[in-house]
Design a protein around this ligand. Structure first.
Ligand code: ATP
Length: 313
């Protein structure tokens, strides 16, 4: 078991890094009586990371740093604190923790930053408290916190069904280069789903088993061109309805030769697939120069899920 790091001044700490995600395919079925929508999605974890640092403490407290830290709640509604609480209850542990989140994933951006924080907090608290939970137990706790949290644990590439929490690993060859066009104002996932319902009525297509064939074939072959053509997001029309300015972002990325461009999850982040690292940088520059993104991040995928890392210094 990993021991808390104590070879520095101050209390022992555990650092866990967890990735944000992009939905390469997101198919959404009609709303069910319980209010949820069945999904079939292909997740790819990308190298935009959250670092969660856990330190022993008498209470459960949280701080956040990063450019959008002011947008993140630090009370008991924070998903990372809820994760720590859930793990303590599950494992019957009477201990506190201070969590510090170094946030890079856009807040309310459709890249599952909060879910990454929760996945990281589970792993960090498990190690800090020596709880020794199995991968399956961590997955079960993750799913109870939110449908994107299990993917934050496993990372790489996976097909999610149910609410996105039932995961099957997918084969993927090679490395894909991305640009994420970030907007300062987020979009609420709940509002985007409500708009989806209003736009589709009862007419949302039922989810067939093989609609992602083209996408999965492209990933298996390591064919970025084919992947670009196969990107699909059923929530995109709803996100565009709520944030019409995203149409310009999509068009600009297309104009500078992106292989594919899509709203990421519930938006408003727009994900553009590039031919190479250099091409990704060129797209990022074009997006910010055109004023259609407040920030443009470049990243690669797929990358692993939440994992312990050595603290710097
Ligand atoms: P998803 O793609 O899973 O729908 P998202 O990336 O759009 O999520 P998040 O940044 O994960 O959105 O969080 C959405 C909202 O949840 C935030 O606006 C914030 O109020 C709340 N929240 C709770 N915990 C966190 C956290 N650790 N980080 C960011 N937001 C959090």
């Amino acid at each position: 078991m990993t021991q808390p790091r104590a070879d520095h001044d101050g209390p022992p700490e555990i650092r866990v890094r967890a990735p944000g995600k992009v939905n390469l395919g997101l198919r959404v079925g009609p709303r069910e009586p319980d209010g949820y929508h069945p999904l079939v999605t292909v997740f790819q974890a990308v190298s935009v990371y959250e670092d969660v640092v856990a330190t022993a403490s008498d209470d459960m407290t949280l701080t956040v740093s990063g450019p959008q830290a002011h947008l993140v709640p630090t009370d008991g509604t924070n998903l990372a604190l809820r994760a720590a609480q859930a793990l303590a209850e599950y494992a019957g542990i009477d201990a506190g923790v201070h969590l510090h989140i170094e946030k890079s994933v856009p807040v309310a951006g459709g890249m599952a930053g909060g879910s990454a924080d929760a996945a990281a907090a589970l792993l960090a608290c498990d190690a800090l408290w020596g709880a020794g939970l199995s991968r399956e137990q961590l997955h079960e706790l993750a799913a109870s916190l939110g449908s994107d949290v299990p993917f934050g644990l496993v990372g790489h590439t996976a097909v999610g069904s149910g609410r996105g929490d039932v995961l099957t690993p997918a084969l993927s060859r090679g490395e894909y280069h991305w640009v994420f066009a970030v907007r300062d104002s987020g979009l609420s996932t709940a509002r985007v789903y409500a708009e989806f319902d209003a736009m589709t009525g009862a007419g949302a297509a039922s989810l067939g088993p093989d609609s992602d064939l083209e996408l999965l074939q492209a990933l298996r072959a390591g064919d970025a061109l084919a992947l670009g053509r196969a990107l699909r997001n059923d929530l995109q029309p709803a996100a565009l309805e709520l944030a019409p300015e995203l149409a310009e972002t999509l068009a600009t990325a297309d104009d500078v030769g992106a292989l594919g461009v899509i709203v990421s999850g519930s938006g408003p982040t727009v994900a553009a697939l590039a031919r190479s690292r250099t091409h990704a940088q060129a797209i990022a520059t074009a997006l910010t120069a055109a004023g259609v993104a407040d920030t443009a991040l470049t990243a690669v995928g797929p990358v692993p899920g939440a994992r312990l890392v050595a603290s710097p210094g």
